[in-house]
Design a binder for this molecule. Structure first.
Ligand SMILES: Cc1ncc(COP(=O)(O)O)c(C=O)c1O
Length: 432
């Protein structure tokens, strides 16, 4: 019986091994992993320390239901997160994927307000474009129309406002945060449970960071209007932007933080919802239980991967390392601008977005029918380079963005190699 792969008309190389920033297939082809897959492999592939920690945990106890037991790895992981998160973020709930954790964070916000007697609060304001996951509520909250189109009847209609875009629209209400605040007011704050956003916007807008005032204004308004701020740190968190969490760039502290991906660096499927004292203790002192459970929540094996990953990042000073490499990284990536289709190269830390355009002057995008970003990513792969592609971030479904986000341990020679291979792929696909 064949594997049901995502693309059914496509033949995938079969990966057999990973080491550092490199992946190898069964034909002995080597691929430089310029994006850690979907911005996941933050500490690189094949690390013995993490693999052994996961193996040891599997031998000790891989699984015990989170409904019946606690365990040492989840306690250690919560403590490790506590060390790097500011007050009042205090309680960590562990799941497996970013999408699940987003769903759980929305349910948590809803339950919190209900326990406070605010039964009418359920709406979550999010932005377009955005990506918060592929399960139905996470997708409802995402602004990625081609993922949503056929599932329309299954989605919840949440209010969504345009995201801040430094490249195309660095002015006006979407840039200064007032679009979000106005939308909350328009909906009626008594009906709004939360505002959900990626502080540094990941793949959906190509590593876009607004000015600090954007989040400061919104966070202040949320506090005044009684709306929780949920930060989706699934892609940008755990050191990827040169800070432990991307909200730190903006001088704000959210009420709930969701992380995934780099939390276990791909060594196990692991995500976390970290909530403020006020939220969790309101529920503790009220009904006493978060009405949400999943078989693989609080699992010893996956948590052990998280503990070992965070230990590795801390022991090697990798968050500080990413911050110190940021300038050099972007200096090197700037060479890609030599290609006429590169409209913008932007980002923070080791999270970079390369926006491709048909005309640099007017910023006119390629027509979606040309499938430019998919073709460039395929050419990159043929040149032994993995990059992450994102299409359709503009209103009419156009928009081509390449994401670059290597392991925090990448060498400068390997960064040069990413640039060289991507420049070649651009030239092969689009001419010089
Ligand atoms: C910002 C963000 N949130 C949520 C998700 C969903 O995570 P997962 O694919 O693990 O469900 C992603 C995945 O790319 C993401 O980038």
């Amino acid at each position: 019986m064949p594997v049901f792969h995502r693309h059914l008309k496509h033949s995938y190389p079969r990966v057999v091994r990973g080491e550092g920033c490199w992946l190898f297939d069964d034909q002995d082809n080597a691929y430089l992993d310029g994006s850690g897959g979907a911005l996941v492999a933050n500490v690189g592939h094949g690390l013995h320390e993490i693999a052994h920690a996961v193996g040891r945990q599997a031998e000790t106890v891989a699984y015990a239901s989170g409904a019946i037991f606690s365990n040492e790895p989840v306690a250690e992981l919560a403590a490790a997160l506590d060390e790097v998160l500011p007050e009042p973020l205090a309680y960590s709930y562990f799941l497996c994927s970013g999408s699940e954790a987003i769903e759980a964070s929305v349910k948590l916000a809803r339950q919190y307000w209900r326990e406070r007697g605010r039964v009418e609060k359920w709406k979550v304001v999010s932005r377009v474009p955005s990506y918060h996951g592929n399960t139905l509520t996470a997708l409802s909250l995402s602004g990625r129309e081609h993922y949503r189109a056929i599932y329309g009847p299954l989605l919840t209609d949440f209010p969504r406002v345009p995201a801040p875009d430094r490249y195309r629209r660095p002015y006006g209400p979407t840039w200064d945060g007032s679009a979000v605040i106005r939308e909350i007011e328009r909906q009626g704050p008594e009906t709004v449970a939360a505002f959900l956003a990626e502080p540094v916007i990941g793949s959906s807008l190509g590593a876009m960071a607004p000015e600090p005032e954007y989040y400061q204004r919104i966070a202040e308004a949320c506090r005044e209007l009684g709306v929780l701020f949920i930060a989706d740190e699934v892609m940008a968190g755990i050191g990827r932007t040169g800070r432990w969490f991307s909200f730190e760039h903006f001088g704000v502290v959210p009420d709930v933080v969701v992380c995934g991906k780099g939390l276990s660096g791909g060594y196990a499927p692991l995500s976390a919802v970290i909530a403020s004292r006020e939220i969790v203790e309101t529920i503790r002192d009220g009904s006493g239980a978060f009405v949400h459970s999943q078989t693989y929540s609080h699992m010893p094996l996956t948590a052990a991967a998280g503990v070992a990953t965070l230990r590795y990042i801390k022991a090697n000073g990798l968050v500080e390392h990413v911050a110190s490499m940021e300038e050099l990284f972007f200096e090197k990536l700037a060479a890609l601008r030599a290609h006429q289709a590169v409209g913008d190269v932007r980002g923070r830390g080791f999270l970079a977005g390369v926006e491709l355009v048909a005309d640099r002057e007017s910023k006119r995008p390629f027509a979606r029918s040309e499938r430019v970003v998919e073709r460039v990513a395929a050419a990159a792969l043929a040149n032994g380079l993995v990059v992450w592609s994102n299409a359709g971030h503009l209103e009419n479904g156009d928009g081509d963005i390449l994401m670059i986000g290597p392991s925090f341990t990448i060498s400068t020679d390997e960064i040069d190699e990413i640039v060289a291979r991507l420049a070649r792929a651009l030239e092969q696909t689009l001419g010089s």
